[in-house]
Design a protein around this ligand. Sequence first.
Ligand SMILES: [Zn+2]
Length: 284
Amino acid sequence: MKKVSTILFSLSLVFAILTSADAQNSDIKMYVTTSGTLELDQGWLTAMTNVGTRIDIPVPMYIIDHPRGLIVFDTGMSVDVVPDDGEEYWGPVSQAFTPSMTRDQGIDEQLQRIGKSVDDVKYVIHSHFHLDHAGNISMFPNATHIVQKAELKNAWWPEQFQRAAYVLDDYKNTRNYNFMEITGDLDLFGDGSIELIDTKGHTQGHQSLIVRLQNEGTVILAADAAYMPENLQGTIPGIVWNVEAAMEAIERMKMIRDRENGEIWLGHSMEQFQTRRLLPEYYD
Ligand SMILES: [Zn+2]
């Protein structure tokens, strides 16, 4: 019996070494870009702070070139907002959230800039289905779409108070797409390199993405689980489905950041975004 457990222990040690070697992921490249900018009242991002001040924010999208497949994390604002700053496609909500986007800021043209096409993308990971995050899902009919099951259900029939931020036209033709409907966390390749974490709160099925890179280390792509630096310091995010869950999600990301000496990349901070190396440069 002792012998068996020794063998098992040795095997698990070998497995741990193998997977940690895997997780070094020297071949992963992460590109950062933005789907234009959004102009809005800062009070939407930092509740009861700087209400009435209109600011421009970035709308980040990430392309991860991984040995196991090309990944897109969020597809930005629909290219249909380009002609008239969303007036027709988004309707009245474009007064509160006013997009400014050029056609070449679409995720398809951003992929082309690094020699890829939408058909090369194997996985599209959606933080959530709001209008500035899933706008171009229909450019990827052949990909596997990874989304929290609760988000899918809520996108199709949102709570009244969240309805304006979901644009049904973005995804109304996607019901037959290949969805990986998950509940909770998912280590996508089983090696820790790409890990989705449940950060519900902003929406009912919000998720964030941890990317573990060889040189950059642990990067937590918060998306709308934390928009601004203030949200990490106790200021409640302005648009939330559930405040308590939203604050718990922030604490969760901070714990992971501190445990792994990583960094939280905020969802809509212009100040932080301006420090990023943008596509075609990359992080590895
Ligand atoms: Zn957003």
